[in-house]
Design a protein around this ligand. Structure first.
Ligand code: ADP
Ligand code: MG
Ligand code: MG
Length: 211
């Protein structure tokens, strides 16, 4: 039982809900080490995607949904996160192709493509205290789960768990990319907002798959 269009649409709706719920928390995290707009930026983007879901043509695939998210985030979010998440969803859409159902291997492949897109665009390495520090553990956990034969739902759950741990693990790091890098050592002791939003979005994906 792979993940289909119903899952993809539900993921987007849950993403919009969870980002709205955590909007203030993401703003606070970004106020500590950035300019305080991360929650507002993402909330604007996901709020803009939801009504567009109603216009998806019959027979649309998960890849079509990922592409819709990409285009909307690129045109509405701005800042660093808009182009980075936009690229992630665009690469994910390309990896999903026109498949109507995604198995565990496909999910792992799609997450890796999304992460690779963010790295290609932003050039962050692991440990730079960015969203990559949530994405890369998630990609690694997803690959390990898929290799051991896990179904798509379990692959996403493993990715979400690893992303949450990765976000927490950004707290002691010194920021080396993005606005937070201007603070240098003073960024220590704060969680990276983009890593936190990544964990929220991947948990939403896992929750959409498990119900
Ligand atoms: P801005 O910094 O332009 O206000 P946001 O506040 O929306 O943009 O997003 C900030 C987040 O973007 C950071 O918390 C970090 O996770 C992520 N980020 C910034 N620069 C990079 C980069 N070069 N590579 C990966 N992620 C990055
Ligand atoms: Mg910001
Ligand atoms: Mg900004």
């Amino acid at each position: 039982m792979g993940l289909d269009i119903t899952w993809a649409v539900d993921w987007v709706r849950r993403s919009a809900d969870v980002i709205a719920e955590h909007r203030v928390e993401l703003i606070r995290l970004d106020r500590d080490i950035g300019d305080g707009d991360h929650g507002e930026n993402l909330d604007r983007g996901f709020t803009a995607v939801v009504p567009k879901l109603d216009d998806l043509a019959a027979g649309s695939t998960p890849g079509d949904v990922l592409k819709l998210v990409a285009m909307t985030l690129i045109s509405t979010v701005g800042g660093a996160a808009g182009p980075l998440y936009g690229t992630a969803y665009l690469k994910a859409a390309a990896a999903a192709g026109s498949e109507s159902s995604l198995d565990g291997e496909a999910v792992a492949r799609i997450l890796a493509a999304a992460r690779d897109g963010i790295v290609a665009r932003g050039k962050a390495e692991s440990g730079d205290k960015t969203m990559i520090d949530a994405w890369t553990p998630a990609v690694d956990a997803a690959a390990a789960a898929a290799a051991s034969g896990a179904v798509a739902t379990a692959v996403l759950a493993a990715a979400a768990d690893a992303a949450e741990a990765g976000a927490v693990a950004t707290e002691p790091l010194v920021a080396r990319k993005g606005r937070a890098s201007y603070l240098g050592e003073r960024s220590v002791g704060h969680r990276d907002p983009g890593a936190q939003s990544t964990a929220l979005l991947l948990r939403a994906a896992a929750d959409a798959a498990s119900e």
